[in-house]
Write a protein that binds this ligand. Structure first.
Ligand SMILES: *[C@@H]1O[C@H](CO)[C@@H](O)[C@H](O)[C@H]1NC(C)=O
Length: 297
């Protein structure tokens, strides 16, 4: 007589498989990971550095509940134990979202940049950066993210809109700038430590690079060390979201959302097939048992 063991282990396998295929359902906009970088140089774990770093990070997290940008310096007993850190939230985030974002960025930095002297992590909604060299107010035009959406082809009507939408970012002024023309929505932001001129310089460079890298794309992201510029052709999103920035009303990244939908469909199909297979196996097993039972009598 067949033992029930294979069935239960099958069940566990398929349950496991559906769990793996089903992504976490409620990841929010500000949460989306964009990049991380860590210095190669590491501190010695029993030096004063890690406790100064903890102090710095907790101060950053605390103030993020009330202000969207802050810089903190923790003076060490020697220059190499002094730490400089800052965070910058996306200007349209609510204070609590800024706080949640900075909290998550700090948690992630702890695992991604363990023991590094300096690190930077950009989530969709916030940047957190620290180092033992003072970097406040220093321009940094290193390209850290360059990502383009799918090509929209060479339809000239669809291509118009990008130039004016990006031009609005140049003339916008301030550290957070938005623009729009036709179905193109654009956004740019500087880290709050840059001077007016430094911010202007950084955004101009980001736009120049964004245009040449992603001109004929459905969306584009270009992040430099101290600023970014992004655009999306809003009406072209497959899921019908027209909020413009590539984020739906819940703040989920539209492209990720589509992946999630595909993954969920796969999970449902796998689950269905597994269920039907289990049912067939179970019926076969019942049948055999029934026949055997009859044969014996
Ligand atoms: C650093 O923060 C202080 C307030 O805590 C502010 O007055 C100063 O302008 C900031 N410096 C830079 C470079 O952002």
């Amino acid at each position: 007589m067949p033992t029930p063991l294979p069935f239960s282990s099958f069940l566990i396998f398929f349950l496991g498989a559906s769990l793996i295929f089903t992504p976490p359902s409620s990841s929010s906009s500000f949460d989306t990971f964009l990049f991380a970088g860590c210095t190669l140089q590491k501190y010695t774990p029993n030096s004063p550095y890690p406790s100064n770093l903890n102090l710095l990070l907790s101060r950053l997290v605390t103030t993020s509940a009330t202000i969207p940008y802050n810089n903190v310096t923790v003076l060490g007993s020697s220059p190499q134990d002094t730490i400089y850190g800052l965070y910058q939230c996306r200007a349209d985030l609510a204070p609590n979202d800024c706080y949640q974002c900075v909290t998550r960025a700090v948690t992630r930095l702890g695992t991604m940049c363990t023991d590094a002297y300096g690190a930077a992590l950009q989530l969709d909604g916030c940047l957190v950066k620290y180092d033992n060299k003072r970097f406040f107010g220093v321009e940094d035009k290193t390209v850290v993210v360059k990502k383009c959406g799918p090509s929209i082809g060479s339809d000239l009507d669809a291509l118009t809109g990008l130039d004016p939408a990006l031009a609005q970012l140049v003339t916008g002024g301030g550290t957070y700038r938005t623009g729009g023309a036709g179905d193109v929505r654009s956004v740019a932001q500087c880290v709050g430590d840059l001077s007016v001129g430094g911010c202007q310089d950084c955004i101009s460079e980001a736009i120049r690079r964004l245009k040449s890298a992603c001109g004929p794309s459905a969306w584009g992201d270009l992040f430099l060390g101290k600023c970014y510029a992004r655009f999306t052709r809003g009406a072209t999103h497959a899921d019908g979201n027209e909020d413009g920035y590539g984020y739906d009303a819940n703040g989920n990244d539209d492209s990720k959302d589509n992946n999630n939908k595909t993954n969920k469909t796969i999970a449902i199909i796998v689950g269905l097939i597994a269920g039907i297979a289990l049912l067939i196996l179970f019926i076969t097993w019942l049948n055999k048992r029934y026949e055997k039972g009859h044969g014996c009598r």
